[in-house]
Design a binder for this molecule. Structure first.
Ligand code: NCD
Length: 334
């Protein structure tokens, strides 16, 4: 029996050796790996039962498509049992005023082996973990972190470009409120030779905690408003949506949403051997700008999807495989 629970709360906790091991195990359990070579039916048969007898709880206090489905599907494919509350804010006793600590204390007494939580506030999961008898996995905490997303992001970079060091990475969009870029910056800082370039509308710049961390770690980074210039040297362009739900009143969505967009024009400036990533969701809706009546669409134009460098749907699929490997690691099963 392990004495210490393997909580997954903060991307800081991962070191390069852990990533290497996790990614090797991810590579070995992909359906396109040998012996399945893309035979998904056979792959599912072989995966099933690897974690049978284990129980996962999944509590989501914020909306989610990829993170929730990939976690729950990963558990299903490995033969775990899953109990889920997809709208836990409304359909748990939090709506009656219960604290999340009390809820998790009780839920963990029902003998789950893992509790996956997407929380609506940053920095609360450590306190919740203190009362849990099962490992807690952070599936995104407000404007805080998204450690498992950063794992699949790093895996995607490794898988697509073959390395995690000596890279120039442009991160763009809402860097202030987006949690994926925060966790990813922590992980990229752990590998030598990486340079980070931040491109954000005014008011949505990367917060000082990350920049101070990068300075302490002597990681090269700079901030610019010149997207065209930044992307031409990038190995990775990591784009993100404006986090409309987290904007402070001083920032007007229509103003910031129109500032930077990735279209085929921007793609044309990227190196032939580079990748365009996005954690998704991208914003689909257009809106009419009251100032000039122009219709704005999204931060990442659909016309980019057919370019081989557009890695975001492969990135999202990798989330399933990385989370399968992560569940096995958390449960101590190789
Ligand atoms: C992200 C999230 O929830 O932080 N989505 C995801 O998990 N893939 C990104 C976002 O919401 O913009």
């Amino acid at each position: 029996m392990r004495s210490k629970l393997r909580h997954v709360i903060d991307a800081h906790d991962f070191d390069p050796t852990f990533l290497e091991e996790l990614f090797a195990s991810t590579n070995a359990l992909r359906p396109d790996a040998s012996p399945w070579n893309g035979n998904v039916r056979k792959w599912k048969q072989d995966m099933y039962g690897q974690l049978s007898g284990y129980l996962m709880y999944s509590l989501f206090y914020e909306p989610s498509t990829r993170t929730r489905f990939s976690f729950e599907t990963a558990a299903d494919i490995l033969g775990m049992r899953v109990r889920a509350s997809e709208n836990a804010g409304q359909f748990s006793s939090r709506a009656k005023g219960e604290s999340d600590q009390d809820a998790v204390k009780v839920l963990s007494s029902y003998h789950p082996d893992i509790i996956v939580i997407r929380h609506d506030e940053a920095d609360t999961l450590l306190d919740i973990a203190k009362v849990s008898s099962a490992p807690i996995i952070n599936a995104g905490d407000g404007g805080g972190q998204h450690p498992t997303q950063s794992l699949l992001d790093m895996y995607t970079i490794q898988h697509e470009l073959g390395r995690l060091r000596d890279l120039t990475i442009v991160m763009g969009g809402d860097l202030r409120n987006g949690r994926t870029v925060r966790s990813l910056a922590y992980l990229l800082a752990k590998f030598p030779g990486n340079t980070l370039i931040f491109v954000a509308p005014p008011g949505l710049e990367m917060r000082p905690d990350i920049k101070d961390y990068l300075k302490r770690k002597k990681v090269a980074f700079h901030e610019t408003q010149d997207l065209d210039d930044a992307i031409q040297d990038a190995d990775v362009v990591y784009w993100t949506r404006i986090q409309k739900e987290r904007l402070t009143p001083d920032v007007e969505y229509a103003d910031v949403a129109r500032q930077f967009r990735i279209t085929n024009l921007e793609l044309a400036r990227m190196k032939p051997k580079s990748i365009l990533m996005h954690p998704l969701p991208r914003v689909k809706e257009g809106f009419i700008d009251p100032k000039d009546g122009e219709e704005l669409i999204n931060e990442l134009a659909e016309e980019c999807d057919t370019d081989p460098r557009a890695a975001y749907f492969r990135q999202a699929q990798n989330g399933l495989y990385v989370r399968m490997a992560l569940l096995k690691w958390v449960l101590g099963s190789k």
